[in-house]
Design a protein. Structure first.
Length: 211
């Protein structure tokens, strides 16, 4: 099984009271909860793709967390992953560390980047039933105002109509999914689970706007 998660920010104490307002009493409590949630789901041979900003801690602190997390880990670099720049960093805990990647996912493709990419590779591809074949998975924006802007951009793009190669008209595909850890209660999720989480988040947002 393959899972995805973004912006855990282990050891980032300020996120309990600022920006995310996670609400834990301490950074130790936050770390312990995220480790528990992770290991409740992930098994030894499962794959977990971390979409950046895994840890704000020192190399020693971060490696201690990595040693207790289950799964085969893959890291998309985030702007706050300072530990990988430490001269003593051993990347052996990760299968690979990249700035960007594309992976096959059950006859679909995922484009992986810490930062959302507006015109991602394969955006217009659909299957025979008209369903999207490519998803852009990212992190970075947490649940900030940038999420609102990105939602508005995606809604705008999806309402546009373009001619296909066969001459038919269709709406433009645009499938961003922010794998922000708080959206999944700090638990890595499969692509299909993230699709459902994102759908419910958008439905809740739309209903609140209507009210």
């Amino acid at each position: 099984m393959r899972y995805y998660i973004a912006d855990c920010h282990f050891f980032h104490k300020a996120l309990n009271t600022q920006m995310d307002q996670r609400g834990f009493d301490s950074v130790e409590q936050m770390n312990a909860y995220m480790i528990e949630r992770w290991n409740e789901k992930v098994r030894k041979n499962d794959e977990v793709v971390i979409l950046g900003d895994f840890s704000w801690g020192s190399l020693e602190e971060t490696m201690e967390v990595l040693s207790v997390l289950k799964g085969k880990l893959y890291l998309i670099k985030g702007n706050h992953d300072r530990f990988i720049k430490d001269k003593n960093f051993d990347p052996g805990r990760f299968v690979w560390i990249k700035d960007y990647a594309e992976l096959n996912e059950n006859r679909r493709k995922v484009v992986l980047s810490h930062y959302p990419i507006a015109c991602y590779n394969g955006q217009y591809r659909r299957d025979e039933a008209g369903n999207p074949k490519v998803y852009m998975l990212h992190g970075h924006i947490h649940s900030t105002q940038d999420q609102v802007y990105l939602d508005a951009y995606q809604d705008f793009i999806q309402k546009q109509i373009r001619p296909t190669i066969g001459g038919k008209m269709e709406h433009v595909p645009c499938q961003f999914i922010n794998c922000f850890c708080m959206y999944s209660d700090y638990q890595p999720m499969t692509l299909d689970e993230w699709i459902e989480i994102d759908r419910k988040r958008r439905e809740k947002l739309e209903s609140s706007i209507c009210i």
